[in-house]
Design a protein around this ligand. Structure first.
Ligand SMILES: Nc1ncnc2c1ncn2[C@@H]1O[C@H](COP(=O)(O)OP(=O)(O)OP(=O)(O)O)[C@@H](O)[C@H]1O
Ligand SMILES: N[C@@H](CCO)C(=O)O
Length: 310
């Protein structure tokens, strides 16, 4: 496989996984993006400049997650490796449950694809498969690739995903604390098995959530109930668990975003003012938290080749 470009720009969205009952399966792309510029250079060097989230914290060499995903993809396709200069402008907070690691991996894979002489040789399913190898589960990678809301699953041929309808009146609010929590830590507190009744409960709520997202936002509170992960994780994200409880008690469809500790709230647009008033009343619960209302990203990851004339 030959390379056909030497300069690409990639934009990839944040994602909120699980959406309550859809553990490791459902996800939503949010209009909060990391943007990367990748140039091939003649030497073997890797130079990474990071601005925004993660600056001064993530590696700036071959260990950088985007570089690892990019190189892995080129290797898989039998494409040549070269030196790289990469500039990252990151808006997705790290370790907060907004899919930063999936965004980085997807960015690396789609950057590699855009560098190929024939980018069509890697379709969305192959991108999902590579990204899931890194992530271990496809629920963030799927919406990061496809945009919108997605349901992801795996069969014998690997991970797959489909887009789900989202009623345009649904507003996503994310409440992002300062504290970070590594996904690995939030997964380590989950039990190996769960009661059959809890699995059945979540199956019903996940099915309902597909309908609530598509055209019945008034069902979002019931549809976002979960018994498979959030209560087990409360001990490693006490403030988020308390905020979740308080918002749900007021009738808002709050969930832990991904592996936390961010809280996602899904509301019909006519309930946004009530949500803001409720948040203003929870002064202690949200002091120091960032409240963002990013909108749903309908596109997913995008890559553009830069040519001398563009
Ligand atoms: N843009 C990035 N560039 C380089 N490394 C990144 C980038 N984004 C995330 N990472 C790496 O991934 C880690 C965060 O991944 P982690 O899976 O713990 O959380 P998350 O992906 O933000 O949340 P979640 O998986 O719950 O949505 C960071 O600490 C960093 O090591
Ligand atoms: N489904 C994953 C999302 C975070 O990567 C989890 O909750 O652990």
């Amino acid at each position: 496989m030959q390379l056909g470009a030497d300069h690409v720009i990639v934009r990839v969205p944040a994602t909120s996984a699980n959406l309550g009952p859809g553990f490791d399966a459902l996800g939503l792309a949010l209009s909060l993006h990391d943007e990367l510029e990748v140039r091939l250079v003649a030497s073997d060097d890797v130079v990474v400049d990071v601005h925004g989230e993660g600056a001064g914290q993530v590696p700036t060499n071959e260990d950088h997650l985007v570089v690892r995903a990019l190189r892995h993809t080129l290797d898989l396709l039998g494409a040549p490796q070269t030196g790289l200069r990469m500039t990252c402008a990151n808006a997705i907070p790290h370790g907060r449950g907004l899919g930063s690691s999936a965004a980085a991996v997807v960015a690396g894979v789609v950057a590699a694809r855009a560098l190929l002489a024939d980018p069509r040789s890697l379709d969305s399913r192959a991108v999902l498969s590579i990204a899931t190898e890194f992530e271990g589960h496809p629920d963030n990678a799927a919406p990061a690739i496809l945009g919108g809301a997605t349901a992801a699953w795996s069969d014998d041929d690997g991970p797959r995903a489909v887009g789900l309808e989202v009623d345009p009146s649904i507003v996503a609010t994310v409440l992002v604390p300062d504290a970070r929590l590594a996904t690995s830590r939030a997964r380590a507190v989950l039990p190996a098995t769960v009661p059959h009744a809890d699995a059945a409960f979540n199956a019903g709520r996940s099915a309902l959530l597909v309908e609530a997202l598509a055209r019945r936002p008034e069902l979002l509170l019931d549809a976002t109930e979960d018994r498979l992960h959030q209560s087990y994780r409360a001990g490693v994200m006490a403030a988020s668990a308390e905020l979740l409880r308080a918002l749900r008690a007021e009738g808002f469809a709050a969930t832990i975003s991904g592996a936390g500790p961010t809280v996602l709230v899904l509301t019909p647009d006519d309930a946004v003012a009530d949500l803001d008033a409720t948040l203003a009343g929870l002064v202690d619960g949200v002091a120091g938290w960032r409240a963002l209302r990013p909108g749903v990203d309908p596109h997913g990851a995008r890559a553009r080749r830069v040519t001398a004339s563009s």
